[in-house]
Write a protein that binds this ligand. Structure first.
Ligand SMILES: Cc1cc2nc3c(=O)[nH]c(=O)nc-3n(C[C@H](O)[C@H](O)[C@H](O)COP(=O)(O)OP(=O)(O)OC[C@H]3O[C@@H](n4cnc5c(N)ncnc54)[C@H](O)[C@@H]3O)c2cc1C
Length: 228
């Protein structure tokens, strides 16, 4: 019953992103083909089509052989992050927290939402973010540690949840599967734009409206069929 974020890593038609040599396709990507409502069955088609494009483009980039130098400070930072999760004292149960996050989003940020329900959900996500620092491994093994992977995934899920909720709060209109009970009308004048979220610092996301939806694939396809 879960629906999609209807967004993801911003990517161009050739699946390239703002980070050189990173190509995004499928569930993690936003390439504009679905508009504001992804129809059943279209996701696998998208994953297959853009997966092929991404594979081809990645191979081309690899052949060029222009790679970034390794940023060892970043590597050290990631190692410290993983160490802190393995070595820290576990105070909370990952399964309970993950279930609570799911229930919270299901109840407050489903297709039908209001400012209050979204603000409540965001407050709860911020609470979980604070609590998640006490989420460490009971199993201290350093190889094949599924618990470690679950904790990292959960922390990333909180970031995605925060971005989703901020976008939904900022879009004061109804469109596709984003139905605001407090703003039931479609507002083509102010919101015919993409919502872009950038992470400027570990705890700071910036939200902007950019571009025009008419430049998206879906709008181009719709325009094509309308013209026939
Ligand atoms: C319940 C449900 C029903 C669905 N029904 C349909 C349907 O009927 N028709 C349809 O078209 N679509 C359907 N979808 C959507 C469709 O399944 C997905 O959009 C599609 O599978 C996405 O494919 P993907 O390859 O982009 O992502 P995924 O299938 O999520 O693959 C991502 C892969 O990356 C791996 N991974 C993650 N992090 C890392 C990492 N750090 N390092 C290495 N690997 C990593 C994961 O383990 C995973 O194998 C459904 C989805 C769900 C959840």
């Amino acid at each position: 019953s879960a629906h999609y974020t209807m967004g993801g890593i911003w990517s161009r038609n050739d699946t390239s992103t703002d980070i050189a040599n990173v190509f995004a396709c499928g569930e993690c990507a936003h390439n504009g083909v679905h508009g504001a409502n992804r129809l059943g069955g279209n996701s696998l088609l998208e994953a297959a089509y853009f997966g092929k494009v991404a594979g081809t483009e990645a191979a081309k980039a690899a052949k060029k052989g222009v790679f970034h130098p390794i940023d060892y400070a970043q590597v050290a930072q990631e190692l410290r992050y993983v160490d802190s999760i393995i070595e820290g004292e576990s105070r909370f149960n990952i399964n309970t927290m993950r279930r609570n996050l799911g229930n919270n989003l299901y109840k407050n940020a489903g297709v039908f939402r209001t400012h209050d329900s979204l603000a409540n959900a965001l407050e709860y996500v911020h609470y979980l973010m604070k609590m998640s620092s006490g989420l460490c491994c009971v199993n201290k093994e350093r190889t094949d540690n599924v618990e470690l992977m679950s904790i990292i995934e959960f922390r990333n899920a909180l970031t995605v949840a925060e971005a989703m909720l901020m976008s939904a709060l900022a879009r004061e209109e109804s469109r596709g599967v984003h139905y605001r009970d407090d703003f039931p009308q479609h507002d083509g004048k102010n919101y015919e734009v993409n919502t872009i979220i950038r992470r400027l610092a570990a705890t700071f996301l910036r939200i902007t409206f950019e571009g025009h939806l008419s430049s998206d694939w879906w709008h181009r396809i719709r325009k094509f069929f309308h013209a026939q």
